[in-house]
Design a protein around this ligand. Structure first.
Ligand code: 3HC
Length: 655
């Protein structure tokens, strides 16, 4: 029989007496309105065709179904709804088997759950990532998943939004089988199920589980979602699955889904989702190919260099680390090996991968070996003379087609590039520490950087699995420039009467994992102090300057490592101490400032304004391309809570 078309994105063929329905809605087979309509048509058709034993549902391409169509959120609803389609699937009197060819996420996983059997290909993955979008599953996931795999595993998956591979899905009982030829296996399962009483997931009993174990997993999952509403609601719904009947549970789930879908938290997280997909897209690079790169040289194997090395090794690059002496090279190799060990311990790297990584690593005191590198990244001391001399030396060592990248945080990469014979091959790659873990990389498009060098730097960062944000040259790039503005504002408020712990409390209440003064202490105060001393001669004498941080450094209060900074850490916890309060009061008195009270609302409003004003300046100067890029930098590099959408989104939302 020839192919049947049920809608613009759903087709069917009859194979071996089974109606095979394929969802083909690129790029990710989201269940848009025409997919839902096509599925209902297919169900009607399958039911009408007396010759058909049952149905298989599968996806075209690499994805099974990527979930509900997020682009439809916020638009008027179009019938049939996903819960209606899913109800039709589950109640069908002929067996329906999901042949899960790729990712089955959110509504896609819910569709698979409603089928009477599930076969996964080796490439399949499963997940309920709704909480990452500020919502809960809205088509039965919180009610059907616990019935199939138990409350504990369901809380873990739905509350965290994590994805699992086919093998884990099989061990949890989420699928009935994993097969390289998943379609054949699904067809044969339909025949096995035909004529038998169908196992409808929604009608199963939730397996009994000890309450204490349920509470323990709920606590663990929720500890990672501070300040967010959706994970707690998702966990609540999964827990109720064992207590209420299916109909009541589904109604509660749907109402919660609709309420959260229209919340600011969900709008913020959708903004972040689409912002991430936009990031790294640069119009001027259309049609420009990235260079092929296999070997990465890293000069300096301290904390930052070692982190970059691990990130590169883990995805298959050869790495040549360069140090000044043999002893330093040995230490660098040890540091990289130690970081790889930690990756294995935390599950980021398979144990077998460690040796494979080390086999691709050389750490040497012979800079001449960088002649083999396609890309050389410097991660040495952040000093202009050190970096320009290094780049001049590299000019004479590396191949003519090699790319040179600087990891500077504050220096001007144009000045570093100008010291070389070929500034067009210089680009900034500003990693965040620890570089093997932090996703953010600012890619600095310098004055002379050639388009293919920029395209190659982007491709490199993407292969590392990073979130690359392209920006222009300015002191501190996007992140540190905004951070400086926000720190300055925080210090103004301290001088005017707010206590550092009040500012930190306001930020933490908003959702930052740590307030700015605690971050300051964590990072250490001495590097910024040294920079301020260097800049003292060129500082505008009329500009307001708060000396409190300098006074802390003069008193040896360099931060957490020193046991004292803005706070004291003698007990391990951060503590407000009279010495710092006295120092702040003295600074106010020296300027005749009468301290006043700041409410948490005023503190946060001023800090947000400082961030978003600086962001607006970066946009108008052409340093940042899009305001959503700024949001991603602050979320991924500086702890801005993702569920608030970033400073630009949050400021717009408050306007
Ligand atoms: N709806 C609409 N568009 C989507 C989408 C979705 N669910 N998922 C992805 N897209 C779009 C992206 O915006 C992107 O568009 P662009 O090319 O215009 O930028 C394109 O598809 C490709 O996306 P990726 O770049 O992310 O492609 P990958 O191959 O890297 O990843 C994926 C594929 C794993 C499916 C990933 O896109 C993903 O995680 N998607 C979101 C999954 C999700 O959150 N699903 C739950 C939705 S909510 C839901 O189902 C509610 C239900 O319970 C009722």
């Amino acid at each position: 029989m020839s192919a049947m078309r049920f809608s613009e994105s759903v087709t069917g063929t009859i194979q071996d007496g089974v109606l095979v329905v394929t969802i083909d809605n690129p790029p990710v087979n989201a269940i848009s309105a025409h997919v839902r309509q096509g599925l209902v048509e297919a169900l009607d058709h399958g039911a009408l065709l007396g010759l058909v034993v049952g149905m298989v549902v599968t996806g075209a391409g690499r994805t099974f179904v990527g979930g509900a169509d997020i682009k439809e959120f916020g638009k008027p609803p179009v019938e049939p709804t996903l819960p209606e389609v899913i109800e039709r699937v589950e109640s069908c009197d002929k067996p329906i088997v999901a042949a899960v060819n790729g990712a089955a996420l959110g509504g896609g996983c819910e569709l698979a759950l409603a089928c009477h059997g599930r076969i996964a290909s080796d490439m399949a993955s499963f997940g309920m990532p709704e909480v990452k979008l500020g919502i809960v599953p809205g088509a039965g996931g919180t009610m059907r998943l616990p019935r199939l795999i138990g409350t504990i595993a369901a809380i873990d998956l739905i509350g965290s939004g994590r994805m699992i591979k086919a093998a884990e899905a099989l061990s949890l009982g989420l699928v009935d089988g994993v097969a390289a030829d998943h379609l054949d296996a699904a067809l044969s399962l339909v025949h096995d199920l035909a004529g038998e009483p169908l196992r409808r997931t929604g009608l199963l009993d939730v397996p009994a589980t000890e309450q204490a174990a349920v509470e323990a997993v709920a606590k663990k999952v929720l500890s990672k979602s501070r300040g967010q509403t959706a994970p707690a609601e998702a966990v609540r719904l999964v827990k109720t699955a064992a207590q209420v009947d299916l109909k009541q549970g589904l109604a509660d789930e749907r109402a919660t889904f609709l309420r959260l879908r229209d919340s600011t938290e969900a709008a913020a997280l959708r903004h972040v989702f689409f912002a991430e997909r936009q990031a790294g897209k640069v119009d001027k690079l259309d049609g420009i190919a990235a260079r092929k790169m296999e070997t990465v040289g890293i000069v300096g194997t301290g904390l930052m260099g070692a982190g970059i090395a691990v990130a590169a090794l883990t995805v298959g690059y050869r790495v040549i680390g360069v140090e000044q002496t043999h002893e330093a090279a040995d230490k660098g190799r040890e540091r990289i090996a130690g970081t790889l060990d930690k990756s294995v311990q935390s599950g980021r790297l398979a144990a077998a991968g460690r040796d494979d990584c080390l086999a691709r690593l050389a750490v040497t005191a012979d800079a001449g070996q960088l002649a083999a590198a396609d890309l050389v990244i410097e991660a040495v001391f952040d000093d202009l003379t050190v970096k320009t001399e290094l780049f001049q030396r590299l000019d004479g060592i590396v191949r003519p087609d090699a790319i040179l990248a600087t990891n500077t945080s504050y220096l001007n990469p144009d000045e570093i590039a100008a010291a070389t014979a070929h500034p067009e091959r210089v680009v900034g790659l500003h990693f965040f520490s620890p570089a093997n873990i932090m996703r953010l990389v600012e890619i600095v498009d310098c004055k002379a950087t050639s388009p293919d060098v920029l395209a190659s730097a982007l491709a490199f960062a993407k292969r590392l699995g990073k979130l690359p944000i392209v920006c222009g040259v300015t002191e501190g790039f996007i992140g540190n420039r905004i951070f400086s503005a926000y720190r300055r504002e925080a210090e103004f408020m301290v001088e005017d009467g707010a206590a550092p712990h009040e500012i930190d409390a306001a930020l933490e209440a908003y959702g930052f994992p740590m307030g700015i003064f605690a971050v300051y202490d964590m990072a250490g105060l001495e590097i910024a102090w040294a920079r301020r001393k260097r800049q003292a001669a060129t500082r505008d004498p009329k500009a307001r300057y708060v000396e409190i941080a300098d006074k802390l450094c003069e008193a040896g209060r360099f931060g957490r490592k020193a046991g004292r900074g803005w706070y004291d850490y003698a007990s391990g916890e951060r503590m407000v101490v009279p010495e710092v309060t006295a120092l702040i009061e003295a600074a106010r008195a020296a300027k005749d400032i009468e301290p006043r009270h700041f409410s948490a609302e005023e503190i946060f409003t001023r800090l947000l304004k400082a961030m978003s004003d600086e962001g607006a300046a970066l946009l108008s100067e052409g340093i940042a391309t899009r305001s959503s890029d700024i949001d991603l930098v602050m979320i991924n590099g500086y702890g801005f809570p993702a569920h608030k959408g970033g400073p630009m989104f949050a400021a717009d939302d408050r306007a």
